[in-house]
Design a protein around this ligand. Structure first.
Ligand code: UDX
Ligand code: UDX
Length: 463
């Protein structure tokens, strides 16, 4: 039996460890966190994160070989392999503020591991970290007088929220980076054996530490770059009557380009893309590569432009004033099937609309609590309404900002009849049937397609 510990019971730790526990019944998996409330939630029926399939796996393994605890020190002492998935947010102070990763929690955790260890261990970086962080970790961990040896591995997470369990059950690849030394290679093999319980061996890639650390940043930068690329093209489409879906389809059919991540939208969000790109930008600057830094920085700038453009389009379409107008925001999560609102374009749009003094009503099937928290003081200016029909009632406009499938099932005739006329729909996800909405009477503003606008509201035509 191997004692596996994960420090950090957030999205990453909380969605990966139950899957490891379920595939490795012979090993014991403990997830610890300093946040007592979070651990209590993991021990309850109301898990702190919403991920399809996660409840079931936790129910099957919890109390058997999966445990949640706040007793970090005791479990460090017992562990053979320690995954670290504490948060590494963007630094808000000092050198590299706004770009570099804040490694204080990581370093504190490394020191805590050292303090509480009585045997040698493998320490696995699960959090996304700047390249060469492992070096610092090795130095902290191995400068001890206890005669203990620590092997540091990098095993970045590629799972996407909303499909985290499925991604972990059936990953495209598992990446494990380690030192080329004998003990480094032994450590890599120990981790390979764990994943090999359910992942075909040819999907387990082993590399040196730095390739592994860098690959995680690069994978996210490439994904985000595709979205910024298609969003940049969506702006040209809106000026030229080209249709972004048709363009994306025509371009994506080329196998060398491929069709994934070409959905134009109000922008990308989530805890990783922006943070990881800024981290990459900072690294480039640090290593004296300003041209490379500017290249990647533009991916984030294009995303900010897309969010700002969405707000300007709304204001322009609604006769250049939205002050006092009720606007229903359909979706606060940064994408469907998650309750996560970190860096959500929906909230960025809300901030822009609030600046214009619009009267905002937010509805979302799972993310209202997080939206309230992330909006901070601005939340006082917003109404939260679980029922989309009530949210749209007496509204001038609806903005679709998360692609929840629920929103395709609504009765838009009923919604239309309850709204102020002319009624607008701004579809920031190109989710709905625009022609049908237009026929109902809406003015429809998609992303990257000509708007379907009416000069006259249908029911007033014969008046
Ligand atoms: C985070 C980062 O966002 C991501 O980039 C990184 O790859 C992994 O960590 P996530 O799991 O989504 O991802 O973060 P979060 O939900 O904030 O969870 C981190 C957890 O670590 C929190 O529950 C926090 O309480 C815990 N933590 C933090 C500790 O247990 N000890 C600490 O010292 C610091
Ligand atoms: C991402 C990576 O996919 C994952 O591999 C990594 O480990 C963490 O970061 P995640 O942030 O959960 O995962 O979501 P993802 O599905 O990648 O979407 C990110 C954002 O891009 C969302 O706001 C989504 O709506 C948006 N998006 C995605 C688009 O706007 N268009 C697309 O075509 C795809």
């Amino acid at each position: 039996m191997t004692n596996i510990l994960c420090i950090g019971a957030g999205y990453v730790g909380g969605s990966t460890m139950p899957v490891i526990a379920s595939h490795c019944p012979e090993h014991r998996v403990v997830v610890v966190d300093i946040n007592e409330e979070r651990i209590a939630a993991w021990q309850s029926d109301q898990l702190p994160i919403y991920e399809p399939g996660l409840d079931e796996i936790v129910r099957q393994t919890r109390g058997k070989n999966l445990f949640f605890s706040t007793d970090v020190n005791r479990h460090i002492a017992e562990a053979d392999i320690i995954f670290v998935s504490v948060n590494t947010p963007t630094k808000t102070f000092g050198q590299g503020a706004g770009r570099a990763a804040d490694l204080q929690y990581w370093e504190k955790t490394a020191r805590q591991i050292l303090e509480n260890s009585t045997s040698s261990k493998i320490v696995v970086e699960k959090s996304t970290l700047p390249v060469r962080t492992a070096e610092a970790m090795e130095r902290i961990l191995n400068s001890n007088s206890k005669d203990l040896h620590f092997d540091v591995l990098s095993n970045p997470e590629f799972l996407a929220e909303g499909t985290a369990v499925r991604d972990m059950q059936n990953p495209n690849r598992v990446l494990i980076g380690g030192r080329e030394t004998e003990s480094g290679q032994r450590a890599i093999q120990a981790l390979v054996e764990i994943y090999a319980q359910w992942v075909p061996r040819d999907r387990i890639i082993t590399t040196n530490l730095w390739s592994s650390e860098l690959s995680k940043l690069v994978a996210n930068a490439f994904l985000a770059q595709r979205i910024s690329s298609i969003n940049a093209i969506s702006a040209i489409c809106e000026k030229t009557e080209a249709d972004i879906n048709e363009v994306a389809n025509a371009v994506g059919r080329d196998k060398r380009i491929g069709s994934h991540f070409l959905r134009a939208s109000v922008g990308f969000g989530g805890s990783c893309f922006k943070k990881d790109i800024l981290n990459l930008v900072y690294l480039c600057e640090h290593y004296g590569l300003p041209e490379v830094a500017r290249y990647w920085e533009q991916v984030v700038k294009m995303n900010e432009y897309q969010e700002a453009r969405f707000v300007s389009n709304m204001v322009a379409a609604m006769f250049n004033t939205i002050a006092g107008k009720r606007i229903a925001i359909f979706g606060a999560a940064f994408k469907a099937n998650t309750n996560d609102t970190r860096e959500s374009p929906a909230l960025e749009v809300c901030r822009g609309l609030l600046e214009e003094r619009a009267d905002i009503v937010i509805t979302d099937p799972h993310a209202m609590e997080n939206a309230r928290m992330d909006l901070g003081e601005l939340a006082n200016l917003v109404t939260f309404e679980p029922d989309p029909y009530s949210a749209a009632n007496r509204a001038h406009a609806i903005a679709i900002l998360t692609e929840w499938s629920q929103y395709t099932q609504l009765d838009y005739e009923r919604i239309y009849s309850s709204m102020v006329k002319p009624a607008f729909i701004f579809d920031g996800r190109n989710l709905l049937d625009h022609k049908k909405l237009y026929e109902i009477g809406f003015n429809v503003h998609p992303i990257g397609k000509p708007p379907l606008t009416r000069l006259v509201t249908p029911e007033f035509k014969h008046a």
